[in-house]
Ligand binder design. Structure first.
Ligand code: B12
Ligand code: SF4
Length: 454
């Protein structure tokens, strides 16, 4: 971050919450990847003449920042940059911190407009406005934030009601919600992120990249599909490779790229082109995939071009549960994907599971644990993660919780919605039982890996 005064807009990532300090037995560091979304917004606005700065509170104190520190850091940022607008990005569990920042700004510097955006404000706009923000940007932010900024910075502001994709309070404190903004169709037209501006070098993976937006699938616990209306838009392979080239020019000694797409191999032909372009460059890279989108030709092309780490979302070891959560895969698909990945030569295979699905019983959770252990024994899966099912705004699970027999404890206690602590009970499992089963899953898996030496 440079200390230049008089920015138009400061874009902020709130500090971490205590709930993420420990997940299972693994100490969690979430400064692993730079704030790409704010990088996207900043690049788009700078190209149109709006002076921005991106600040990630987590770089100040990676573990946790308490209320006093958060308030004083917010004030110091304002004194340094004298911004006219402040934009806060929030995923659900950091919303209390984002709201604290918003309140600090409005109570001490009421002339500054506070805008919230990201996945939580998109689905909880009313709540975020009541929590202290002036305007909420719903969905993709580039064009909407540009129009809102133009409005705020204009000598004679125009009518906010003409801006698509926002919610705000009118003069009588009534919530106004404008129609959704259509999604950006040509992602290649967006400018590349200025990695130095987002201080990417300060993170574990400066070369993190997202090659597509949205997810066409409908898993009931996930908000990615809802955020994009279950559509998928991909950047061209050429555009992705140009960004990789730019990253390597910025960080010449970097030998690693991290694809953060929800599921990279949706379009095989495009991925094969990307692999061709990454080949023979001495790069190692990693990706996430669904179990049913990994043909062996693609898996081999990935490892052949340096992909060493593959994370596969499996979620359950029971076909009945997989069906009930609309995952759209079977355990056979999952086993096929793991076998394919192993045969293709991925060095590090991670399988993700969840515990506490609405239909989960003790028996199906043990099926999940058993299936994870089977994959470890038979294919040498390197890591199995077990997170706790957590209904998040925007998901079917959140909407249908009551109908599915789920009780959500502390519904508005956003800080614990990080998949790390149990905050539901289902028809079949109590809250404590879910936590206990997660503990058993983690401990028995670590024990197995110790025994097998993997
Ligand atoms: C990369 C990523 C991570 C990275 C790093 C995140 C970072 N440093 O920014 C890592 C691996 C560390 C991570 C960790 C976690 N993540 Co994560 N992650 C993602 C992922 C895959 C991509 C995010 C991204 O950059 N998307 C691309 C950009 C372009 O989209 P976007 O973020 O939505 O931003 C656009 C708009 O939302 C909007 N916007 C965003 N911010 C703002 C701000 C303003 C002011 C405005 C106007 C607009 C705006 O404009 C942007 C551009 O159009 C998403 C899934 C997804 N597809 O989004 C999950 C996701 C965000 N993660 C999620 C979760 C739950 C977590 C964890 C809690 C998981 C865990 N248990 O450990 C942790 C928490 C970390 C933390 N403290 O935030 C959830 C959040 C759900 C929710 N409702 O909160 C998501 C949606 C995945 C999911 N469906 O479960 N994550
Ligand atoms: S879990 Fe993965 S495949 Fe399912 S909707 Fe979310 S991003 Fe898509």
């Amino acid at each position: 971050m440079n200390n230049q005064k008089n920015k138009d807009l400061l874009l902020l990532i709130p500090p971490n919450t205590e709930s993420l300090k420990e997940i299972g037995s693994l100490k969690f560091k979430d400064n692993s990847t730079p704030p790409l979304a704010l990088g996207n917004l900043s690049a788009f606005l700078e190209e149109r003449g709006i002076k921005t700065e991106v600040v990630d509170y987590r770089l100040q104190n990676i573990d946790y920042m308490d209320e006093t520190e958060t308030i004083s850091y917010t004030k110091s940022l304002i004194e340094t940059h004298n911004p006219k607008i402040m934009g806060v990005s929030a995923v659900t569990h950091v919303w209390p911190k984002a709201a604290l920042i918003a309140r600090t700004i409005k109570e001490n510097y009421p002339h500054i407009k506070v805008i919230a955006g990201g996945i939580h404000p998109t689905f909880m706009a009313d709540n975020c406005l009541r929590g202290g923000c002036d305007i909420v940007v719903r969905g993709e932010g580039e064009e909407t934030l540009f129009e809102v900024s133009q409005n705020v910075l204009a000598e004679r502001p125009f009518d906010l009601e003409s801006v698509l994709g926002i919610s705000f309070l009118d003069s009588k404190k009534r919530i106004v919600q404008t129609p959704n903004r259509p999604l950006i169709q040509n992602l290649d037209a967006l400018p590349f992120i200025d990695r130095e501006k987002i201080n990417a070098g300060a993170y574990a993976h400066p070369g993190a990249i997202i090659s597509a937006r949205g997810c066409p699938y409908t898993c009931n616990f996930c908000s990615c599909g809802a955020m994009s209306g279950h559509t998928y838009r991909a950047r061209s392979a050429k555009n992705v490779l140009l960004e990789v080239k730019k990253i390597l020019e910025t960080y010449p000694s970097l030998n690693e790229i991290t694809f953060l797409d929800d599921t990279l191999p949706v379009d095989s032909r495009r991925l094969l082109e990307i692999c061709e372009g990454l080949k023979n460059r001495g790069l190692e890279w990693s990706a996430l995939t669904r179990a049913d989108t990994l043909p062996s030709e693609v898996a081999r092309a990935m490892t052949g071009s340096g992909c060493t780490t593959l994370q596969i979302g499996i979620e359950s070891g029971s076909d009945r549960i997989l069906k009930s959560i609309s995952k759209g895969i079977t355990i056979k698909d999952a086993e096929d994907a793991v076998r394919t990945a192993r045969e293709a030569g991925f060095k590090y295979i991670i399988c993700g599971f969840m515990i506490g699905h609405p239909e989960d019983t003790e028996e199906t959770v043990y099926e999940t644990i058993g299936f994870a252990h089977h994959l470890i024994k038979k294919y040498g899966v390197n890591r199995a993660s077990f997170s706790i099912v957590t209904p998040l705004p925007g998901t079917d699970l959140w909407r249908d919780a009551a109908r599915k027999g789920i009780t959500i404890y502390g519904k508005d206690d956003w800080a614990d919605k990080a998949f790390s602590v149990p905050n539901i009970s289902t028809q079949y499992l109590g809250r404590e039982e879910i936590g206990k089963l997660q503990g058993i899953a983690i401990a028995s898996t670590l024990q197995l890996q110790k025994e097998l030496g993997v």
